[in-house]
Design a protein around this ligand. Structure first.
Ligand code: AOY
Length: 475
């Protein structure tokens, strides 16, 4: 019996089923199919392009077509369709004439680039006229780039909000990279997607608890350590001491981690008592005497985020004292801070920061954690990501290809060969080959099975930087 477990790593088996039947459906003598990927619009006006390189390296680069995979696919598709629709000849041709390398050319905007929606982001075409059917075979896995780019876009939008409030209410934006911590590992749909999405968040920030994100960045973007975390409690490590020993549990955290940052979830029973009596009185001296850079980060984890964060700050301010920064906002001594990791999303973070500002607290006193909203509560429609054929060569004649549904002209697709150019800082997509290929921002990143451009994470982060941080004038 064939090995039933195989197949989960075969490039022949990562397409939607119907694509297996598409080689028979194009016009006779089709020699080129050229398609493009865009964000047609959606929640954010611009998309931070990220994650194509992961897909290329994970699935398409190298000698990905083998005799075994062809045999296996033939067997699986015979069972799956109950008839012979598999393009064995086509795949054998790739194996025999291209030595298992995929004869495709992919041009893409540099990873991390922020591009207004409705612009081309990458193009795909076959480089061997016999393999016209290959371009759209890989739509399925290439369109999955929607996920990392949408996470990066959503995460970046929150960075802009936090940066604005930091700029308005604190002495420095230096802490910005650690202001939104990834809490999303458990709420992700799989370890792989947590790695991809967690890595996308790290394009914009440096705080994460999603270990898969740093391992994925190491493997696919050459980044030895893309994100950082600190010693932190969870409810079990506090509640296991019993309701009458929360103080002992807190004291243990202070003695086990005597220097640096340490976070302690403090809402197991009564956060007001925890802040006012335990941290603010009985353990106050220990908190203030912690070693160099010793900072206790109090973590509420329930209640209305706006109300709770401000009330926690007010109690801690009462107990540990406050001073005023150069912008006139309240700051706590460096030995204590707050992290709010419950209910944080693009929709709520602005409101919480506005309430903080109204209460005259510096944004620098708080860090945020975000889980499901950061890595999971998004879909392909958030940025309306789509892949469409815009050009073909049939019987040796070039043709523009498009759709324009009478039932939704928002789904109208672009025509012809596309280039993306930048004119006085504005991105413009040229259709019908009317652009200047020498000015195309899109670069060939993949050709005939080889990765031609390997982005490292630092380059991606630089491309994705937000304006406020770019302007040196604001420090
Ligand atoms: O609450 C959580 O849910 C799930 C993910 C991790 C997590 C908290 N971690 C943490 C890290 C650094 C400072 C504070 C908390």
């Amino acid at each position: 019996m064939a090995d039933l477990a195989a197949g989960l790593d075969s490039v022949l088996l990562i397409a939607d089923s119907y694509k297996v039947t598409h080689h028979r459906q194009y016009p006779p003598n089709t020699s080129i199919v050229y398609s493009y990927f865009e964000s047609r619009g959606g929640k954010f006006p611009a998309t931070c392009f990220f994650g194509l390189q992961y897909i290329l390296k994970r699935w398409l680069v190298g000698q990905v077509v083998t005799r075994e995979k062809i045999e296996e696919a033939r067997e699986i598709f015979q069972l799956h369709f109950g008839q012979n629709v598999f393009n064995e000849e086509g795949w054998n041709y790739i194996l025999e004439h291209h030595n298992g390398y995929l004869p495709l050319r992919i041009k893409a905007v540099p990873e991390g680039t922020v591009v207004p929606t409705k612009n081309v982001l990458f193009t795909v075409e076959n480089t061997d006229p016999k393999c016209y059917w290959l371009t759209n075979y890989f739509e399925t896995v290439l369109v999955q780039a929607w996920y990392p780019m949408t996470v990066a876009t959503n995460s970046r939008a929150q960075k802009e909000i936090i940066a604005r409030y930091l700029h308005e209410t604190s002495d420095s934006t230096a802490g910005l990279p650690f202001k939104l911590h990834d809490f999303g590992f458990r709420g992700s749909s799989s370890v792989e997607s947590a790695g991809i999405g967690g890595m996308a968040h790290l394009v914009n920030f440096q705080g994460t608890d999603t270990i898969a994100a740093v391992t994925t960045a190491r493997k696919f973007y050459g980044c030895p350590m893309a994100g950082f975390s600190i010693p932190a409690a969870e409810h079990s490590t506090i509640t296991s001491w019993g309701v009458d020993r929360e103080k002992e549990a807190f004291q243990n955290m202070l003695t086990q981690f005597p220097t640096g940052l340490m976070a302690c979830v403090s809402d197991s029973y009564d956060i007001w008592h925890a802040c006012g009596k335990l941290w603010g009185e009985e353990l106050k001296q220990l908190v203030e005497d912690r070693g160099e850079n010793g900072t206790l980060v109090v973590r509420p984890d329930s209640g209305d985020p706006s109300e709770v964060v401000i009330k926690v700050l007010n109690i801690l301010g009462e107990k540990f004292g406050t001073s005023s920064n150069t912008k006139g906002y309240k700051v706590l001594p460096s030995c204590v801070r707050v992290i709010q990791g419950d209910g944080i999303s693009y929709e709520t973070v602005a409101q919480i920061l506005e309430n903080l500002k109204k209460s005259k607290w510096s944004t620098d006193m708080v860090t945020f954690g975000s889980g499901g909203a950061l890595l999971q509560r998004l879909d392909r429609d958030t940025q309306k990501c789509a892949y469409k054929c815009s050009y073909a060569v049939i019987d040796g004649k070039e043709v523009s290809v498009f759709k324009d549904p009478v039932t939704d002209h928002g789904k109208k697709s672009k025509k012809g060969r596309l280039t993306l150019e930048c004119h006085n800082g504005k991105f413009v997509t040229y259709e019908e080959g009317k652009g200047d290929p020498n000015k195309d921002i899109m670069q060939v990143v993949f050709e005939n099975g080889k990765l031609l451009k390997d982005f490292d994470f630092a380059e991606v982060r630089k491309n994705a930087e937000i304006d406020l941080v770019k302007k040196k004038s604001d420090s």
